[in-house]
Design a binder for this molecule. Structure first.
Ligand code: ARG
Length: 586
């Protein structure tokens, strides 16, 4: 099946084309078509056009109406208000367009005309530390962005910028050197993610205690940082054991999240170590950074601390140590220079926004970012508890991500069990994971990333309302209808008249391509979630009003089965972009 090369296949685009040919002097100006309550579409573009041409908008609108070629597409078009156009399309146009899209593997979703290379920095936990809800957000939003962009034909390079470098490793490594058997096990297969994390926690606590109580150990630990940065072999080998142990844990969490993270895409802070000295030299030589009290700093007029003094970006500390900024600047050089990215996306907590503003501005001054490369932080808000405060345990500690995920799956199991009629225990467990993890992801993706949201498991696994469970049930219900259809095959019959709920569903299905383009361009996965929720709602209305298998004529049965099937295909495709499974039965 060939892919549809352009948006020409959507009703929306066909109407836009018809308007354009009715008014060639508009020179292809955007008619600003919107779905409307009064008709199928409203076109607002005439107003701007009239203003530009110093013409009367109503007269211009009338010219368009008179110039519209007679044909199968437009059923009714009229001028309204100051110069809007209300447009109703024919039932035939809707069904024919959908039939063409249904014949395509990609559901008629075109590739972006201007596809490029995006490096996306997401799912970046820290070595030897527990993962929390912030890491959940980055992973879930980032993975959705990867899928959405790839679906539009963008080349996407994933980068998991894990926190695997820094002074805390001096302490950890020194401790492990002095207690070499504390991380002994032969292979990954011998430890679970949970055990790996508890090993790391134990080591962390023990080394911290020693560091705080024993001055001599403290001195040895500090010297160890220097060895690490100098690339001492034995030190690096110990460091590698921490990284490996942590990866066992990370992968177990990503696995639970039903997320595929590839080892070659894990390029943490340490991956840029070889570039740090050069990055600093380039910045200093070009004058972008200057020495201030021994530290290498970049200053900005617009960023000041509470005392009115400028807050610089510190690239190298006065003791010679490199920090987070040096790594991020080196990563930009790598991503633009070597990976040839034209877009850099950082899916990172909004609380790091100042850091990224300064890093991007520094990179621009240094010429590592220019007009051909776009760097954006896809900044996300905070996960809140039911009390509206940042999510903490009752003891005030950070909530462990694994505990949350386990609880979500447990809740989902009881929802699935309640509904399940003919499911085995194994099937219930499988569905529970798909429903529970889907619920957590969907709750995260259904509000725009920048906003905070409340983590409320009861609401997340609810069968009604804007939840993934609602969408999964809509999908499973359609599959059940399709199974019961017997001889009747889903087939579009453009000659049939449509009911209002069939039209509404059909027109919404038709907008999938435009929606994907918009979500990709605006880095807005929540728009996909909103689209899918509306799709499921329109389907629910359609299903309540239109008997499918018991429709009046065999053609109508087929036509409605066609709408059912296309809805299911759109749901499952959209959900997969969000990283959420759609079980065939629930
Ligand atoms: N590891 C960091 C954290 O847990 C996030 C890293 C973000 N990416 C970056 N290139 N700085 O907060």
């Amino acid at each position: 099946m060939a892919s549809v090369p352009s948006l020409a296949s959507s009703v929306n685009q066909r109407v836009a084309d018809a308007l354009a040919s009715a008014l060639p002097e508009a020179g292809g100006a955007d008619p600003l078509l919107r779905r409307s309550d009064r008709a199928d579409f409203q076109a607002n573009g005439i107003l701007a056009l009239a203003k530009k041409a110093k013409a009367n908008p109503r007269e211009l609108a009338t010219t368009v109406v008179e110039g519209i070629a007679a044909g199968d597409l437009i059923e009714d078009i009229e001028v309204s208000g100051p110069g809007f156009l209300n447009i109703t399309v024919s039932d035939r146009a809707i069904m024919e367009t959908l039939a063409a899209r249904a014949g395509d593997d990609r559901l008629g979703v075109p590739y972006a005309a201007n596809a490029g290379t995006t490096v996306i920095d997401y799912a970046q936990p820290n070595v030897a530390k527990e993962m929390h809800v912030g890491h959940l957000r980055s992973a879930v939003i980032g993975a959705a962005m990867v899928e959405i962009l790839e679906f539009t034909g963008e080349k996407v390079v994933r980068r998991h910028h894990i926190g695997d470098w820094g002074t805390q490793f001096g302490m950890l490594i020194q401790y492990l050197l002095e207690h070499p058997h504390e991380l002994d096990h032969k292979s990954e297969a011998e430890v679970s993610g949970e055990e790996a994390m508890s090993n790391l926690n134990r080591l962390y606590k023990a080394s911290r205690a020693l560091f705080d109580s024993d001055e001599e150990f403290k001195t040895r630990a500090r010297a160890r940082v220097v060895d690490l940065q100098a690339g001492d072999e034995q030190t690096l080998a110990m460091w590698q054991r921490f990284v490996d142990e942590s990866k066992i844990y990370f992968y177990s969490v990503f696995d639970k999240l039903d997320m595929d993270i590839q080892d070659q895409d894990v390029v943490g802070e340490s991956g840029y170590n070889d570039m740090l000295v050069e990055t600093c030299k380039l910045l200093e030589d070009s004058g972008v950074a200057v020495r201030s009290n021994g530290a290498l700093c970049v200053f900005f007029d617009e960023y000041k601390g509470p005392d009115g003094n400028p807050t610089p970006l510190i690239v190298q500390k006065s003791d010679g140590g490199f920090g987070y900024a040096a790594t991020d600047l080196s990563a930009i050089r790598d991503r633009v220079g070597n990976l040839k990215a034209d877009t850099l996306i950082y899916v990172v907590d909004a609380r790091q926004s100042l850091h990224f503003k300064m890093v991007f501005e520094t990179a621009r001054r240094a010429g590592w970012l220019n007009d051909e490369v776009k760097a954006v932080q896809l900044a996300f808000g905070t996960v809140l508890g039911k009390d509206g405060k940042p999510f903490k345990t009752r003891e005030g500690e950070t909530v462990r991500l694994v505990d949350l995920l386990d609880e979500a799956v447990e809740r989902a199991a009881s929802v699935v069990r309640e509904k399940a009629q003919d499911l085995t225990e194994a099937e219930i467990a499988e569905r529970a994971a798909q429903v529970g993890i889907g619920a957590v992801k969907y709750a995260d993706l259904s509000t725009s990333a920048a906003r905070d949201y409340k983590f409320d498991l009861d609401q997340m696994v609810s069968l009604t309302g804007d939840t993934s469970v609602y969408l999964q049930y809509a999908y499973a219900r359609i599959q059940s209808i399709l199974r019961k259809a017997g001889q009747a095959r889903p087939t579009a019959h453009p000659e049939l008249a449509l009911t209002p709920s069939e039209r509404a569903l059909g027109l919404h299905l038709d907008q999938f391509g435009e929606l994907i383009a918009e979500a990709a361009q605006e880095h807005a996965p929540h728009k996909v979630a909103a689209y899918l929720y509306q799709l499921a709602s329109l389907y629910t209305t359609f299903y309540a009003e239109c008997p499918v298998l018991k429709a009046d004529t065999p053609e109508q049965v087929e036509n409605r089965l066609f709408l059912c099937e296309l809805t299911a295909r759109t749901l499952t495709k959209g959900m997969s972009l969000l990283g959420i499974r759609t079980p065939e039965r629930l």
